[in-house]
Design a protein around this ligand. Structure first.
Ligand code: SF4
Length: 333
């Protein structure tokens, strides 16, 4: 029997090449040998969003990118977190077995509280409990994570363990499916590629937009003139060549060091590599986008499949916690 994998991602709209290399590619590979459940975690997003005006649009755009990248609704369950309301019930029930001290110690809670002092909402504190509910509701055994996310998963494991010790074995303790996520720096070469730093290239950008963006990328700062030899090992454009022109990295490094190639030509090569790597992705995306109901249907089907699993788990949890089973209520004449 295949092991079940769960992963959730916040709805950040159109995905960029950092998302693709860091997570989506891995999601696609995992679905070949595992029973995968991938969820857009819109409730989690509510803990930090200033405005929800773009939430629905961002979910749609993100799902288009997932589908175009190769996530297959025939192989994986793809759905939106809030479409399976059982997760909110399980979150409440798990909150009863989670000591507050565990949550207040979580570094990301402290960081978020510092970043949005005007909005330190309960959802921020309860975030790891909801995350645990996301995973254990589907009895997932594996969660793809990078090393930096291990502490979050450890907390989910502790909550599952505590529930199991109080009420009997119910949840498998989710294990980390450690993945070597490459760190993809943004065009400024300073931070991780991300929307908040405005240093990204969208997967769905046109070839012209891609070229324009690549041309803004920061390179080796010591290379002021075309005749200066460069240092590819400190250049982010060169790092990106590893992903998009892997067969040419040695040649590019040598040409850079001998000043045989200038940064403008080197960036043009990178843009070509990105555009040819993403050409089929962009075609697929356009064809999905031309079918306005397709994403809705995929999400409805995913929610149906996820709900079927979720209802079963939730009924088991309620019974183990000693809650009274629902009774049908009839008004007597
Ligand atoms: Fe970077 Fe390429 Fe310029 Fe060398 S030639 S510094 S690798 S952009």
């Amino acid at each position: 029997m295949k092991q079940r994998v769960f992963s959730g991602a916040r709805p950040t709209g159109r995905q960029h090449i950092g998302n693709y290399l860091g997570a989506i590619q891995n999601y696609v590979a995992l679905q070949e040998e595992h029973d995968c459940i991938y969820c857009i975690v819109d409730i989690h997003a509510l803990t930090t969003l200033e405005s929800t005006d773009r939430l629905q649009h961002d979910i749609h755009e993100m799902m288009l990118d997932w589908l175009a990248a190769g996530l297959d609704p025939e192989k994986s369950i793809l759905f939106v977190q809030s479409h399976v309301s059982e997760v909110m019930e399980l979150h409440t029930l798990l909150s009863m077995v989670t000591p507050l001290g565990w949550l207040l110690r979580v570094p990301t809670f402290k960081e978020k509280a510092r970043m949005q002092p005007h909005n330190v909402n309960y959802g921020l504190v309860g975030y790891p409990v909801l995350m645990t509910a996301d995973i254990v509701l589907y009895k997932a055994e594996l969660v793809p994570v990078g090393e930096d996310q291990l502490p979050h998963l450890e907390l989910a494991r502790e909550i599952a363990r505590r529930f199991n010790s109080l009420f009997g074995f119910t949840f498998p303790e989710p294990q980390a499916k450690l993945t070597c996520f490459p760190l993809v720096l943004g065009l400024n070469g300073a931070q991780k590629m991300g929307k908040s730093y405005n240093n990204y290239i969208e997967l769905a950008a046109t070839p012209e937009e891609t070229l324009k963006l690549v041309m803004t990328a920061v390179t080796d700062p010591a290379r002021k003139y075309r005749s200066d030899p460069g240092h590819p090992e400190i250049c982010n454009v060169f790092r990106l060549h590893h992903f998009f022109n892997p067969a040419r990295v040695d040649e590019i490094a040598a040409e850079c060091r001998s000043a045989g190639i200038g940064c403008v030509d080197c960036k043009k090569l990178l843009a070509e590599g990105i555009n040819s790597t993403l050409a089929s992705f962009r075609e697929r995306r356009a064809s999905f986008a031309a079918k306005p109901r397709y994403v809705t249907e995929v999400l409805a089907d995913g929610a149906h499949k996820a709900t079927t699993i979720a209802k079963k788990t939730l009924a088991e949890v309620k019974e183990k916690m000693g809650l009274l089973p629902p009774v049908s209520c009839r008004i007597q004449p």
